[in-house]
Design a protein around this ligand. Structure first.
Ligand SMILES: CC(C)(COP(=O)(O)OP(=O)(O)OC[C@H]1O[C@@H](n2cnc3c(N)ncnc32)[C@H](O)[C@@H]1OP(=O)(O)O)[C@@H](O)C(=O)NCCC(=O)NCCS
Length: 165
């Protein structure tokens, strides 16, 4: 499948809002996405990209922000009808490549404890849990790019954390 990744524009918001509503119990609304678009225009550390395929147009998106040597993923979603086709992995690979080029040391994100599909997805990509917030019931997941570069054995050992927790 041919998948293209490009910066989002205001014209993409309608499709993004459709996917967002189908993907999250507590979805972002239009002003939040418009805010991300505005931040991307004004700040080089804010990013909002879409994945598109020729037959369907926009099928997924990622929003991330860099702060010093960390990259925080604020949103990642793929159209429900096109999951398990590698689109989420491609958006993540794009984000990791961006991080490496920008000398980022860590990629960080939050994930609900009951979002098992996403937890398995992130585990497959070698993110591992670094903390758990008992109030929000979210894991903080982290990809240590330095450790990955050096093939750190602890990172490899932690690969199966969803199954073992
Ligand atoms: C999480 C999400 C972005 C994954 O996107 P995707 O395009 O389906 O992911 P991929 O096709 O690249 O999956 C890669 C691998 O991750 C694992 N994986 C992905 N989704 C999975 C699921 N629901 N259950 C189990 N494993 C899963 C599988 O190992 C998969 O490989 P396989 O299909 O060859 O078995 C997508 O499920 C989604 O949009 N979910 C709703 C929004 C969300 O939860 N976002 C994350 C918030 S933290």
């Amino acid at each position: 499948m041919e998948i293209e990744i490009e910066r989002c524009t205001p014209l993409d918001l309608e499709k993004i809002l459709e996917i967002e509503e189908q993907s999250f119990d507590d979805p972002w609304r239009e002003p939040s996405f418009r805010n991300e678009l505005a931040l991307m225009e004004d700040h080089s550390h804010c990013h909002f990209y879409k994945a598109s395929i020729p037959s369907r147009g926009l099928v997924g998106y990622v929003v991330f922000q860099t702060v010093a040597d960390e990259l925080y993923i604020k949103k990642l979603a793929v159209h429900p009808g096109l999951r398990r086709c590698g689109i989420g992995s491609l958006l993540m690979r794009f984000t990791v490549d961006y991080a490496k080029k920008s000398h980022i040391l860590k990629i960080v994100l939050d994930c609900d404890e009951d979002n098992i599909g996403a937890l398995v997805f992130y585990q497959a990509l070698r993110l591992r849990p670094v903390s758990f917030n008992r109030v929000t019931r979210k894991f903080v997941l982290c990809m240590d790019l330095m450790a990955m570069e050096s093939g750190d054995s602890k990172t490899r050992r932690d690969q199966r954390w969803v199954a073992s927790r």
